[in-house]
Design a protein around this ligand. Structure first.
Ligand code: FE2
Length: 231
C-alpha cells in the first residue's frame, strides 16, 4: 500500500492518500480545496490515478476539494447518503465496499458528530486502519452539538462499533490541533478522557456541557460542501 498523511494548516485537517502499488489507483480522504494543486502534484509524482475523493462527513471547518478534483481528474466523489448532497457522484451506505485497486475500504456509518459521519476501515495484510473523521479524535471526540449531531448516537458509534475493533488498529482522524498524527484503538480506550465514561448517560452529559464556539468557517463551509465545494 502507498500511504501519505497530508496536513492543511488553516483548519488543522489531515488528508489521506491511499493507493494500490500494483494498479496505481488512489483515493483521497477528506481533501481541502485550497490544497488541490498539491494533491495533483503528488499524484503525478507518484504516478497514481485518482479514482475516489471521499469525505468522512459534511465538514463545517473547511471546504472540500472533492468537486474540483472530480472536474480535474474525472474521479468519483463519495459522501454518506445522509448528507443529501445533490452533487456527489455516489452516496455511501453503511457497510459499502470501496475498491481502490487491490485494496478495499469499508464505509462504516458512525453518526454522532454529524448524522452523515462515516469511518473508513481498511485491512492491509496484518494491519488495520480506521479513518475516523471527527468521530474519534486523538484523546478526543468530535463535537455533537450541530449538523444533526447526537451524543447518544456517537456513544453507540464508538462503543458499539469502533472500539470493538482490535486494539492494535491504527486510528487516523480528520484533525489534530496539537500535531499528534495517529493513535490506536487500544491507546484511545486507555487514555482518551471522553471514553472514560460508565454509560451512555454519562457520555451525553459530558458532551452537552462542552460549550464550544461555532467553527469560524461554518456558515460558508457547510453550504459549500453540500455542493461538493463548488459554491
Ligand atoms: Fe467535522
Amino acid at each position: 500500500m502507498i500511504f501519505r498523511q497530508l496536513f492543511e494548516q488553516e483548519s488543522s485537517t489531515y488528508t489521506y492518500l491511499i493507493a494500490c502499488e500494483k494498479t496505481r489507483n488512489a483515493a483521497l480522504i477528506d481533501t481541502v480545496k485550497a490544497e488541490v494543486p498539491q494533491y495533483l502534484q503528488l499524484l503525478r509524482e507518484l504516478n497514481l490515478t485518482l479514482v475516489y475523493a471521499l469525505d468522512t462527513h459534511t465538514h463545517a471547518d473547511h471546504i472540500t476539494g472533492a468537486g474540483e478534483l472530480r472536474d480535474l481528474t474525472g474521479c468519483t466523489t463519495l459522501l454518506g447518503e445522509q448528507a443529501n448532497s445533490g452533487c456527489v457522484s455516489h452516496a455511501l451506505r453503511d457497510g459499502e465496499k470501496i475498491p481502490v485497486g487491490e485494496l478495499t475500504l469499508t464505509a462504516l456509518h458512525t453518526p454522532g458528530h454529524t448524522d452523515d459521519s462515516y469511518t473508513f476501515h481498511l485491512i492491509d495484510g496484518d494491519e488495520q486502519y480506521l479513518f475516523t473523521g471527527d468521530t474519534l479524535l486523538i484523546r478526543g471526540t468530535g463535537r455533537t452539538d450541530f449538523q444533526n449531531g447526537s451524543a447518544q448516537e456517537q456513544y453507540h458509534s464508538l462503543f458499539g462499533k469502533l472500539l470493538l475493533l482490535p486494539e492494535t488498529t491504527w486510528v487516523y482522524p480528520a484533525h489534530d490541533y496539537k500535531g499528534w498524527m495517529r493513535t490506536t484503538i487500544g491507546e484511545e480506550k486507555a487514555h482518551n478522557p471522553r471514553l472514560q465514561v460508565k454509560d451512555v448517560t454519562a457520555y451525553v452529559e459530558l458532551m452537552n456541557n462542552l460549550k464550544l464556539p461555532n467553527p469560524k468557517m461554518m456558515d460558508v463551509a457547510v453550504p459549500a460542501n453540500r455542493a461538493c465545494g463548488k459554491n
